[in-house]
Design a protein around this ligand. Structure first.
Ligand code: ARG
Length: 270
């Protein structure tokens, strides 16, 4: 489909849980079903393709987390800021993502060495406010925030993540169309909660309760008025409907075992 929205995805051919780098993965080694994961991923891809263009990066054996393309890097205009993974288990993904960006004519920017940065997992552009919300505390280093703000000439709003289950910003925070923000406040420290409250008026804050947060409701793909997420409670659906969003659920249970869901299986290119 020709569209102004464009996402990068990676098929889960080699998806599995074979190491533990976040609390979700504990107890899930070899517990994923590849066939089910492929079906869930395909359904998500079909949904995204109804409203956007999807490009694909080739999956690689031995890199089971590669389908989480949100962590490939951050795209701003023609720049692709490549991730520098905190954990050795994911560092080999970097060169495959770099190749894809280079082959697709992005200007690839590398973080200085020793500065962990996990791409769009921890950096979310808020089109309404024209700011970049960034998370730190688990994966991405706060040093990357200042670096990126200067490099990309963007205002960065830094948020400290305090709950290991919500290790990337996109697991507990999602800027939506028209200035709305979907988030789980308890995943942040006091000053981050305050910053969100200062930047986002109360009527635009869609607060998620713990059960929805644990179903990765904040890991949502927002295209215009559409919100695609794994699962939402009746109450959350009501709140989103009130804000005039159309909610589509697409079960991502296999990926939840690795600590991810709908949104982090995509990287917004445009
Ligand atoms: N197993 C992956 C990891 O721990 C999950 C990544 C989820 N990505 C995200 N942007 N939330 O790195």
């Amino acid at each position: 489909m020709q569209s102004s929205h464009h996402y990068l995805m990676c098929a889960p051919n080699y998806f599995e849980v074979s190491y533990i780098i976040n609390p979700w993965m504990e107890g899930n080694i070899n517990q994923t079903c590849l066939e089910k994961a492929c079906d869930q991923w395909q359904r998500l891809r079909d949904l995204v393709e109804q409203r956007a263009e999807v490009s694909l990066v080739i999956p690689q054996p031995g890199l089971p987390d590669m389908p989480f393309t949100a962590n490939a890097g951050l795209i701003v205009r023609n720049h692709a800021v490549l991730s520098r993974f905190r954990h050795a288990e994911r560092q080999k993904e970097e060169e495959f993502f770099a190749d894809w960006f280079i082959n697709n004519h992005y200007d690839v920017i590398r973080m200085p060495s020793k500065i962990p940065f996990e791409g769009a997992g921890d950096a979310l552009f808020d089109a309404h406010r024209q700011v970049l919300w960034m998370g730190y505390g688990n994966r991405t280093s706060p040093v990357s925030h200042t670096y990126l703000s200067e490099l990309l000439d963007l205002q960065v709003l830094s948020l400290c993540l305090t709950d290991a289950r919500f290790f990337h910003l996109d697991t507990c925070f999602c800027p939506l169309s028209n200035g709305y923000v979907l988030y789980y406040p308890q995943a942040f420290d006091e000053s981050a909660q305050q910053l969100i409250a200062e930047q986002v008026p109360e009527e635009k804050r869609i607060v998620v309760a713990e059960p929805d947060a644990l179903n990765f409701a904040c890991n949502a793909i927002n295209i215009g008025s559409l919100v695609i997420l794994s699962q939402a409670s009746a109450e959350l659906k009501r709140q989103l409907a009130e804000a005039e969003f159309e909610v589509v659920e697409s079960d991502m249970s296999e990926f939840r075992k690795a600590g991810g869901s709908a949104k982090c299986l995509t990287l917004q290119l445009q």
